[in-house]
Write a protein that binds this ligand. Structure first.
Ligand SMILES: CC(=O)SCCNC(=O)CCNC(=O)[C@H](O)C(C)(C)COP(=O)(O)OP(=O)(O)OC[C@H]1O[C@@H](n2cnc3c(N)ncnc32)[C@H](O)[C@@H]1OP(=O)(O)O
Ligand SMILES: CC(C)C(=O)C(=O)O
Ligand SMILES: [Mg+2]
Length: 543
C-alpha cells in the first residue's frame, strides 16, 4: 500500500475477520465474511485482514472471495513463519487489487522456549525466510513479532531489522497478551526506534489486546511515539478480552483531532451500521454501556441531563450521534429519573402538545408507571397519554380507589373487595366471590356502586413487549338489560333502559387496568342512560 502523504494520517487495519473471528464461538462463513468486508470497505478502513488462509479450506475461500470482490482496502491474509502458510496466504490474496501477506513469529523467550520450543537463532532465521518468501509473492508484506511486549527489546529489534532488510513494509508490534501499560508500550516502541533506525522507513503498527482494558489507551500511546497503523476490530471483538475497538479508536482520533492532530480515512457515519452487522452475524451482543456503539452511548435517562440536552446537546454530549450514523430518535430514554422537559419533548414527538395541568397530570401518571417499569417507551407513552385523555374521571363519574383480590390454586373461588369513589356518596365498597379474579373484581364493582351490569366484551392486549409491558384492557358493559336494575340515583335514569358503554385503560397491572376500564364503561353507559339514549342512539321507551 502507498504510505499516506499526510504524516498524521493513521491507517486503520481491521482484523474483525481474523483476530475478531478468533473469539470463542464465532465462526463466519464465506457469505458472512463477504458481507462484513463490503461494509468495512464502505466504512473506509484501509486494510482488511480477511482471515488466516491455512486455518481451513473455508477460510481460504473466504479470503480469496474478499480479495476478488471487495474494492478499496488492502486485503491481507495471515500466515505463520512457515512456508506452507505463506504460500496459502499468497494464493488467497493474489487476486486483490492491493494484496498483503501478514506473517508473524514470536520474539519473547517464553514463547520461543515453551511454544515454539526452539531458539532465538531459529527465530531470526524463521523471520528472514518468511518475509523473503512473502515478498516473492506480494509487494506489501507486514511482519509481527508475536508477544513482543514481553520480549527483550534488543532481540526484537534485531528480528525487525532482518524483516525490514527482507522487504517488510509494515512492522506491527503486538501486545499479544494485553499486558503492557501505555507508558511501557510507548517506551518499548521508542526503544525499537532507537535500536532499529530503519523502522522510520516503514509503517509502524500497533496491535493491542484488552486483557487489562488498555487496548485503546495503548494504541494511542503507540501513535504518540510514531506508529501510524492501528489494528482493531469492530465492537472490540477478538482473542480473549478482544482487540482495540475500531469504533473507539476511530472516534477518539476524530473527536479529539483538536488535541491529537491525527486523521483517518474512515466514513464515521457507517460505524453504527457496521457494529450492528458484526453483532448480528457473530452472535456477540454489544454491551449496552459500550463506548460509541452501545445502546446507551448517546442515551440520557436522567432529568437534569435530558433537560440540558434539549437546551443544547453539547451540555452532555461530546459527539454528535449522527456522526456515527445513529438516528437521534431514541436518545432520550424515559425512566423514573426523567423530568417534565423530557416528557414534554417525547409527547410532542408523538403529536401531543401538553402544557400546564395536562402536562402535570401526564407527568404524575408517567412517574407512577416509571416506578414500576424499567423504561417507558414511546408506545407506552402513547398508550398512557391517550389513556389520560380518554380518562373520564369527570364530575359524575365513578373512579377506582383500591382493590384486593384473593386467588389461590386450590378449589376456593377468587374473592375480590373493591373501593370506588362516587360523585355523591363518597367512597363505597363491595365484595364478590367470582369465577376468576377479574370476574370477582367486576362483580365487586357492581356491588359497590349498585349496578347490575352485564359484561358484553372483555379483552386484554399487551401494548408493549417484555415482562413489564403495559396492558390495555377493553371492556363493553350493558346496563339496564332485562332483569338488571339500575339501583343508583342518577338524574334522568329510569330502571329498564338498555344501554352499552365501552371503556379502556392502560396499566402495568392487568387487574387494575381491567377494573378501571370496567368503571369507565359503566360511567359511559350511565351517562347515556342519564341522557335517555339506547345503545343504538335512539331513545328507548321505558316500559
Ligand atoms: C496471536 C495470534 O492471534 S496468532 C493466530 C492464532 N490463530 C489461530 O491459531 C487460528 C488458526 N489456527 C489453526 O487453524 C491451527 O492452529 C493451524 C492450522 C494454524 C495449525 O494447526 P496445527 O498444525 O494442528 O498446529 P497447532 O495449532 O496444534 O499448534 C500450532 C503450531 O504452530 C507453531 N507456531 C505458532 N506460531 C508460529 C509462528 N508464528 N511461526 C511458526 N510456527 C508457529 C507452534 O509452535 C505449533 O507447532 P508444533 O505443532 O510444531 O508444536
Ligand atoms: C498475529 C498477531 C499479530 C496477533 O494477533 C497478536 O499477536 O495478538
Ligand atoms: Mg491478536
Amino acid at each position: 500500500m502507498t504510505t499516506p502523504s499526510d504524516p498524521n494520517r493513521v491507517i486503520i487495519f481491521d482484523t474483525t475477520l481474523r483476530d475478531g473471528e478468533q473469539s470463542p464461538g464465532i465462526s463466519l462463513n464465506k457469505g458472512e465474511k463477504l458481507e462484513i468486508a463490503h461494509q468495512l470497505a464502505r466504512l473506509g478502513v484501509d486494510v482488511i485482514e480477511a482471515g488466516f488462509p491455512i486455518a481451513s479450506p473455508g477460510d481460504f475461500e473466504a479470503v480469496q472471495a474478499i480479495a476478488r470482490e471487495v474494492d478499496g482496502p488492502v486485503i491481507a491474509g495471515l500466515a505463520r513463519a512457515q512456508a506452507g502458510d505463506i504460500t496459502r496466504a499468497g494464493e488467497a490474496v493474489r487476486d486483490a487489487a492491493k494484496p498483503r501477506i501478514h506473517t508473524f513469529i514470536s520474539t519473547s523467550d517464553i514463547h520461543i522456549e515453551h511454544q515454539m520450543r526452539n531458539t532465538r537463532a531459529d527465530v531470526l532465521e524463521g523471520a528472514k525466510a518468511a518475509v523473503a518468501h512473502a515478498k516473492s509473492l506480494v509487494d506489501d508484506v507486514e511482519f509481527s513479532p508475536m508477544d513482543a511486549t514481553r520480549a527483550d527489546p534488543e532481540f526484537t529489534a534485531q528480528v525487525l531489522q532482518i524483516a525490514i532488510d527482507e522487504g517488510a513494509t509494515t512492522i506491527n508490534v503486538p501486545d499479544t497478551v494485553g499486558y503492557a501499560t501505555p507508558d511501557e508500550y510507548a517506551e518499548f516502541l521508542s526503544k525499537l526506534y532507537e535500536y532499529t533506525p530503519a523502522l522510520r522507513d516503514v509503517v509502524l503498527s500497533v496491535h493491542c489486546h484488552d486483557d487489562l482494558g488498555l487496548a485503546v489507551p495503548n494504541s494511542l500511546a503507540g501513535l504518540s511515539v510514531g506508529a501510524r497503523q492501528v489494528e482493531c476490530a469492530v465492537n472490540g471483538i477478538g482473542e480473549r478480552a478482544g482487540n482495540t475497538s475500531l469504533e473507539e479508536i476511530i472516534m477518539l482520533l476524530e473527536t479529539r483531532r483538536d488535541r491529537l492532530g491525527y486523521t483517518t480515512g474512515a466514513v464515521t457515519t457507517e460505524i453504527a451500521r457496521t457494529s450492528r452487522l458484526v453483532s448480528r452475524l457473530t452472535g456477540y451482543a454489544v454491551q449496552p454501556n459500550k463506548a460509541i456503539v452501545g445502546r446507551n452511548a448517546f442515551s440520557h435517562e436522567s432529568g437534569i441531563h435530558q433537560d440540558g440536552v434539549l437546551k443544547n446537546r453539547q451540555t452532555f454530549e461530546i459527539m454528535d450521534p449522527a456522526s456515527i450514523g445513529i438516528d437521534d430518535a431514541e436518545q432520550l430514554v424515559l425512566g423514573k429519573h426523567s423530568g417534565r422537559a423530557a416528557l414534554k419533548d417525547a409527547l410532542s414527538k408523538l403529536g401531543y402538545e401538553l402544557d400546564g395541568q395536562a402536562l402535570r397530570q401526564a407527568f404524575d401518571k408517567f412517574k407512577e408507571v416509571a416506578d414500576r417499569k424499567k423504561q417507558v417507551t414511546a408506545m407506552d407513552l402513547e398508550a398512557l397519554v391517550t389513556d389520560e385523555l380518554r380518562g373520564d374521571d369527570a364530575v359524575g363519574a365513578f373512579r377506582l380507589v383500591s382493590y384486593a383480590v384473593e386467588a389461590t390454586s386450590d378449589a376456593r373461588p377468587p374473592h375480590a373487595v373493591v373501593v370506588v369513589g362516587t360523585p355523591d356518596r363518597g367512597e363505597v365498597s363491595g365484595s364478590f366471590t367470582g369465577d376468576g379474579p377479574v370476574d370477582a373484581v367486576f362483580r365487586a364493582i357492581d356491588a359497590a356502586v349498585g349496578v347490575d351490569a352485564r359484561l358484553r366484551e372483555y379483552r386484554v392486549d399487551a401494548v408493549t413487549g417484555g415482562q413489564d409491558a403495559l396492558a390495555q384492557a377493553s371492556v363493553v358493559v350493558e346496563l339496564g338489560t332485562a332483569g338488571a336494575a339500575v339501583r343508583w340515583d342518577l338524574p334522568g335514569v329510569v330502571a329498564g333502559d338498555r344501554v352499552t358503554g365501552a371503556g379502556q385503560a392502560v396499566d402495568t397491572d392487568t387487574i387494575r387496568a381491567s377494573a378501571i376500564a370496567y368503571l369507565r364503561a359503566v360511567n359511559v353507559a350511565a351517562r347515556k342512560l342519564a341522557a335517555g339514549h339506547r345503545a343504538d342512539g335512539a331513545l328507548e321507551p321505558t316500559p
